[in-house]
Design a protein around this ligand. Structure first.
Ligand SMILES: *Cc1c(COP(=O)(O)O)cnc(C)c1O
Length: 832
């Protein structure tokens, strides 16, 4: 055949492309059912239809993805790379339909094919690639980046097993393996051709090259291949589609044929098994030290793949390496990816042969670091022997960074050796360790906390010396959440009412919700508001009954605490209050009090015994309270199992009261608090994390405040915390504690809760008993306010109206302006 002229080939491709964009959706779904699922309509089950639908939606996104990548490559754009060990993205189908604006079209097409879209949505497995808030934040940020048309890549790990599924048996948490990939992930595009090699272990050797420069060669003992698994991240109502690129580990060779030929079959596959373990499983938070080696290996694995990939993309254009910070910004989501500082230095110095000073300047200008915690036990460190054996070259680089850095410290503070010791990247007290937060602070140009209070405390406590030395490096970016998933998608009733009342600009400019304030006293609007809230509560009640068998009344006050179970979050403070309320009702069955339903949800780390005991306490209280006829159903307690993003969709829109009761100074920001507020819940909370800003925005009159301030917490600890005093002075508290110790909530077992009681009454670092009395008094103000439905509704409306600040669009805008210097790039599908 003769060759087709280039122009003609291009025209043919363009015509075919129009076909890709233009297929009738229904036709597309059936084609995918046959061509991808190998099923025909008569025998397809709901999961086959879900897959066919998902592939059809994916096809629509891929057209936008290709247009986005073409545009980014053609123009000299700057790309934001978000490095995170976790991306808790939640179910994708509903969100993608929403962002593409094709939910109605899909619903109709599926209806015509005899399928109910809601049933198909419910089938989707959640990719549980994160523990909680930190991973969910990364996901919200990818949504906002795409919406704001910022070229961006999320880089992380494709865990084969994500966060465990939680069941409750006999009142205890049971962990079940998460098998989210069992039936395939239709959103993923595996790119075997796009892989990078990552070394571990071995030794280094230095030599002087012909030009008299010192060169270091690292010979690892083991190599692993990282394969890119991409997921499209579609922006809402724009053509931008960015990438979430997760790395899967593979053996460099599936079989070692030398071993195989010698008859050592098991040795031959062993290397493969070890290599694949790297991306096998997500580590739960709050675990005591154990199995750490694999965790550090995971971190380095994904960081190395990501930085190699970033440099590969950079090289697609023949640009001098000095321009790296003009083309890429890489954000470290907590210290989990902070080995990036050493790895980027290694890639630039050892592999690209740049002088140290040039490499250091480029590294610092490219990287930035977000701190997420002040809790000393959560600040990452790695013992030197472990670090040395896994990453010998990186340890050398860290030593060299440290040597130069400590010289600077000594120059700035002559004679202050105590300061040098405090600031060193190596902790020399006891077993020597690498301090990852110090590495991240020294090796980046910007360090931010995640709420105003947190950023201040960061400067005053864990990074105080650094803030003194480099004040210009420190800033605050208060977290945010995406209003697309957490309002439009999960609360369609409210979204519709907002649309009818104030138009629809709020979805992309959440500050416009402020216009709701004008309707805060309108009785007709109140009726509509209350009806939506009641429907949402009815829907949650149905799910609760399905999951637990407990029947709850949608007219009761829904008082909800959902988040990871942790002593600092103080679910046990809430539990103590419930016991005291229960006792009041027992003593006085005619007490005039409105019905309340306390709902808890959240996972405890499998190795965190105290957190698991807190779950057992809640389920124990539920068992007693829910079955006590004397209180006439005015109190219900529910532990709603397996809290995750998918279940959260039902929870946040159904809350009247949002429990944000952490010990002041301990919660960096919180984001659950923002999801509740947007959906019209009132907050009962301490002055902690973003609660401070939530109260500022909502107005003090629309927020239930209690508890010690961060400063008072510190003072109390300094003067010596004596929990026994609070027990002595408070009858209700004493009564609640003694009921627990008598086995009232443990079927007579007096030993079960002893560790928890001992902790609360002797050594509790989270000061639960110190805040008890004020919490109870505040809850009474809540009950009082609830009696006045009109006033409560007004406060609820005002919370939604004033939640604009907490959109992740606002947060991402700040990162772009103040840290990344990235700009919007318009993608036009019609004009590639
Ligand atoms: C938002 C969210 C969190 C974070 O909740 P906090 O109350 O901020 O701790 C945790 N898990 C899931 C599934 C979430 O959606």
């Amino acid at each position: 055949m003769s060759e087709v002229p280039a122009a003609e080939a291009a025209a043919n491709a363009k015509a075919a492309l129009a076909d890709v964009h233009g297929y009738a959706f229904q036709h597309d779904v059936v084609r995918n059912l046959i061509c991808r699922q190998a099923r025909y309509p008569d025998v397809a089950d709901a999961h086959d239809w879900y897959m066919a639908l998902a592939y059809s939606v994916r096809d629509r996104m891929l057209a936008r993805w290709v247009a986005s990548m073409q545009t980014y490559t053609a123009q000299d754009v700057k790309v934001a790379c978000y490095l995170s060990a976790e991306f808790l993205i939640g179910p994708q189908l509903g969100n993608n339909l929403l962002n593409l604006g094709m939910e109605a079209e899909a619903r109709e097409a599926m209806h015509a094919l005899g399928q109910d879209l809601d049933v198909l949505l419910a089938i989707e497995e959640e990719p549980g690639l994160g523990n909680g808030g930190l991973g969910r934040l990364a996901a919200c940020y990818l949504d906002s980046l795409a919406r704001l048309e910022i070229p961006a890549i999320g880089y992380g790990i494709r865990y084969e097993f994500g966060i465990f599924d939680q069941e409750v048996c006999d009142g205890w948490q049971i962990e079940r393996t998460d098998k989210w990939l069992q039936r395939g992930n239709p959103w993923e595009i595996v790119r075997p051709e796009l892989s990078h090699y990552v070394g571990f272990g071995g030794y280094t050797r230095s030599e002087t090259d012909e030009q008299g420069r010192l060169r270091v060669h690292w010979t690892p003992t083991r190599q692993v291949k990282g394969v890119a698994c991409d997921m499209p991240m579609q922006g809402y109502d724009v053509d931008t589609c960015n990438i979430l690129r997760l790395w899967k580990s593979e053996a460099v060779e599936s079989f070692d044929f030398q071993d195989f030929n010698a008859g050592a079959y098991y040795e031959a596959v062993e290397e493969k098994v070890i290599s694949e373990t790297l991306s096998k499983v997500l580590y739960p938070n709050d675990e005591p030290e154990a199995g750490k080696r694999l965790r550090l290996a995971q971190q380095y694995f994904f960081v190395s793949c990501s930085l190699q990939d970033l440099l590969r993309l950079f090289d697609l254009k023949a640009t001098p390496i000095e321009r790296l910070p003009e083309r890429f910004a890489a954000q470290l989501n907590d210290t989990h990816p902070s080995v990036a500082v050493a790895e980027l230095m290694r890639l630039l110095v050892d592999e690209r042969l740049l002088p140290w000073d040039t490499a250091w300047d480029l590294t610092r200008r490219t990287l930035a670091y977000t701190n997420h915690t002040l809790l000393p036990e959560a600040l990452e460190t790695w013992g030197l022997p472990l670090f040395q054996s896994l990453l010998p070259r990186h340890l050398e680089i860290i030593y060299e960074i440290n040597r130069r850095f400590l010289d600077d410290v000594r120059r700035a503070y002559p004679g202050d050796e105590a300061r040098v010791t405090r600031m060193s990247l190596i902790d020399e007290t006891g077993d020597r360790k690498v301090r990852m937060a110090h590495l991240a602070t020294v090796g980046t140009h910007a360090v931010n906390g995640v709420a105003a209070l947190h950023s201040e405390l960061l400067k005053q406590t864990v990074l105080h010396d650094f803030a003194e030395m480099f004040p210009e490096r420190f800033l605050n970016v208060t977290n945010g959440v995406t209003p697309r998933r957490f309002l439009m998608l999960s609360n369609p009733g409210l979204a519709r009412l907002l649309h009818e009342t104030i138009g629809d600009g709020w979805a992309t400019d959440l500050a416009r919700l402020d216009a709701l304030a004008a309707h805060a006293d309108d009785p007709a609007f109140h009726d509509a508001w209350r009806k939506i809230r009641r429907d949402n509560k009815t829907a949650l009640a149905a799910r609760i009954e399905h999951a637990t068998g407990i029947v709850v009344d949608p007219d009761a006050l829904f008082d909800i605490q959902v988040k990871r179970i942790h002593e600092y979050k103080r679910q046990h403070l809430n539990a103590l209050y419930i016991i005291s309320l229960y006792r009041r009702l027992c003593r006085n069955p005619d007490l005039d009090t409105a019905p309340r339903c306390f709902i808890f949800g959240g996972k405890a780390a499998p190795g965190y015994a105290m957190a698991k005991l807190m779950i057992r306490l809640i389920t124990g209280i539920a068992e007693v309270v829910n079955n006590d006829a004397t209180i006439k159903g005015r109190l219900k307690v529910v532990f709603y199992p397996d809290f995750n993003v998918k279940n959260g969709h039902w929870v946040y829109p159904a809350a009247d009261l949002s429990e944000q009761i952490s010990t002041a100074g301990k919660e960096a920001s919180g984001t659950g608090n923002m999801k509740f507020m947007m959906n019209g819940a009132l907050t009962i909370g301490t002055l902690d994390g973003a609660n401070v800003e939530i109260r500022e925005e909502a107005g003090a009159e629309n927020f239930f405040l209690f508890g010690l301030t961060a400063q008072q917490v510190e003072e109390t600890k300094r003067e010596g915390y004596h929990p026994a005093r609070y027990v002595r002075d408070n009858d209700e508290l004493r009564d609640a504690l003694s009921l627990i110790s008598q086995g009232h909530f443990s079927r007579g077992d007096r030993e079960m809760f002893r560790p928890l009681l001992d902790n609360l009454t002797h050594s509790d670092p989270f000061l639960v008993l110190a805040d008890f009395a004020d919490y109870v008094a505040c809850q009474e103000r809540v009950s009082e306010a609830w009696r006045d439905a009109r006033q409560w509704t007004r406060m609820s409306v005002m919370n939604t109206a004033r939640s604009g600040k907490f959109s992740s669009d606002r947060a991402i805008h700040e990162y772009c302006e103040r840290i990344w210097n990235t700009h919007r790039v318009r993608i036009d599908l019609a004009q590639p």
